[in-house]
Design a protein around this ligand. Sequence first.
Ligand code: NAD
Length: 361
Amino acid sequence: LSVGVVRESIPDERRVALVPKLVERLVRRGLRVVVEPGAGAGVLLADELFTAAGAELGDAWHADLVLKVSPPTAEEVARLKAGTVLIGFLKPLSDVEGVAALEEAGVTAFAMESIPRITRAQAMDALSSQSSVAGYRAVLLAAERLTRFFPMLTTAAGTVPPAKVLVLGAGVAGLQALATAKRLGARTTGYDVRPEVADQVRSVGAQWLDLGIEAVGEGGYARELTEQERAEQQRRLTEAITQFDVVVTTALVPGRKAPTLVTAEAVRGMPAGGVVVDLAGESGGNCELTEPGRDVVAHDVTICSPLNLAAEMPGHASELYARNVTELVELLVDAEGRLALDFSDEIVAGACVAGRERGES
Ligand code: NAD
């Protein structure tokens, strides 16, 4: 069975789906790994490092199993032959057309986003691994844009108070953002609609902001708020946000537009020189003034909405992703290194978003 590692083509996607260490692991499993020349260029992994690990260079798009990071473009789908098994981020909830194109092309596709978040699948959880990177990078971005220090400093020229950082949405990205801001010396506060994360917020040294609105949904995710809850949440948050120099937002509800948590009025109330980093830009943003993919300055506050932060730290992002993907590949092949898709396994069934019938036949 051949496993292809392709070169990502969309601008600024610097990650690669497999790194040499994990090439070795798949080769030991009896798989042939074919790497497209230059696949690791964005992360400064030369082709020779892949071949030294046992891969061969060649047409990775024609492998039996193709590994990717970003969803394939229409041109990339055209390069896949019918019968290919594809693994990658595929945006199954938002990119309906993209998934339909894979179905039409005869590809059996596994979306990393759709892997059930059960204990057995933790090592495959690429949403978590990449969210960690994004949460960390969001705080570095905020610190760089803020016109003030993060830590408290006592100097001969006077004492500087610590920056106050609020993180809205305390999932994987939010908790990493809180931990990172704390390490930089900020005074941190976290907020979420899932009350069970209060202890996790406190465990990374942050205060818990309790607004009295709870919205626990299915599968450990938040549910969408009702109209009334939403208005109440915005009102209370607008009041709270005026206290903070930095607001990092990470609030998402699967398959829905991201909730608006930071109103224009809230931004107006923030100190001049403050920063909002909105990690929900791709789903419409958590800040009313967000322009996805751009930096805007409004009311003397900078609002950043980076769309693919994990790709800006491609080294560790790729290593973690490669580990996630390798775990899934190992679940899809048998001991002899042959493809063996077992759709009675909830991970295999849950992650498959196109071509299930072909996979079963
Ligand atoms: P996510 O990216 O879907 O959302 C980020 C956060 O935004 C969540 O904590 C959510 O509660 C919050 N949010 C949504 N709407 C909000 C609103 N209106 N106001 C404030 N906050 C709002 O979440 P995620 O980081 O992917 O994690 C979701 C859940 O999955 C968590 O419970 C996490 O612990 C769990 N999880 C489980 C596993 C596992 O068991 N394998 C792995 C990773 C995550």
